[in-house]
Design a binder for this molecule. Structure first.
Ligand SMILES: [Zn+2]
Length: 277
């Protein structure tokens, strides 16, 4: 219910110009098929590396849910009921604590994809590409990290999880992507700037969505979570930074920016910190 109410933040869309309402605003173009913005996918940022993607058929795909108050200081919100969950790797800030046998925050019938392969969920076509967690982390599970490539609404969207540098095999499996969700923070916890640039060079995304940074308003301690920095210093000097001004936006293949944009979301307002409940 809370999430339904949050849809109003769509109005705050500042990204790529017109929204789904654009045709309504310009009735003269209604009969002109070329003016149709085409299908879109709604991207909702929850927090950390977790996103909920909503296709036009209503299917919902959740990527990398975190465990409540493990390393991160805030809670996983109630009421998220996706059709499928993608987990890039078994760290608590990406798998909702599953590897630690914490109870799943979603219905147990929900399909969980946590390995390479091809899967279809409603309008979503998902390809898991075998990757490797950035050093030096994840030795306890062999540094497994599955890069998730999602095709929907004519877009290729990739979520790197905590992948490190791309090997030629990973780059070939991933291919070019229109939208890249990648870790970035002030202390370069997962990816060095050099590796970040190399990945961008390989993937050539029109839109970069940074993730996996400290959310200061949800944390009560100045130095927690440890070794994780804010996003603003990471964004400094990058051209094309755009603030979504909310936690939801709709992306369309017909509205991709001609110059690379770094799309910065606010975390979902229904995520609560230590004092939140
Ligand atoms: Zn992580």
């Amino acid at each position: 219910m809370r999430r339904g109410a949050s849809l109003s933040t769509l109005a705050a869309l500042v990204v790529v110009g017109c929204t789904g309402d654009a045709g309504e605003a310009n009735p003269a173009s209604r009969s002109d098929e070329a003016a149709s913005p085409g299908p879109g996918v709604e991207i909702e940022y929850i927090a950390h590396a977790a996103f909920l993607l909503r296709a036009e058929d209503g299917s919902e795909l959740l990527i990398d849910p975190y465990a409540s108050r493990v390393w991160l200081g805030y809670d996983w919100p109630d009421g998220i009921e996706p059709d499928a969950v993608l987990i890039t790797h078994p760290h608590y800030d990406h798998d909702a604590g599953r590897y630690r046998e914490m109870p799943f925050p979603w219905n147990e019938q929900v399909t969980v994809v946590d390995a390479p392969g091809s899967f279809t969920f409603g309008d979503f076509q998902v390809t898991g590409v075998e990757g490797k967690h950035a050093d030096p982390y994840g030795m306890e599970f062999g540094q497994l990290n599955t890069i998730m490539v999602i095709e929907v609404a004519g877009l290729r969207i990739a979520h790197l999880g905590d992948n490190g540098p791309l090997t030629p095999a990973m780059a070939a499996g991933l291919g070019p992507a229109d939208v890249l969700m990648m870790p970035g923070d002030a202390v370069y916890h997962i990816l060095s700037e050099e590796t970040t640039q190399a990945i961008l060079e390989t993937v050539q995304p029109s839109i970069v969505i940074p993730m996996h940074y400290r959310l200061g308003d949800l944390e009560t301690e100045a130095d927690a979570p440890s070794d994780l920095g804010d996003i603003d210093p990471w964004l400094e000097g990058r051209p094309g930074v755009q603030r979504v001004g909310g936690h939801i936006t709709t992306l369309r293949a017909t509205e991709l920016p001609s110059e690379r944009a770094y799309l910065v979301f606010e975390h979902a307002p229904y995520v609560s910190g230590p004092g939140g409940d």
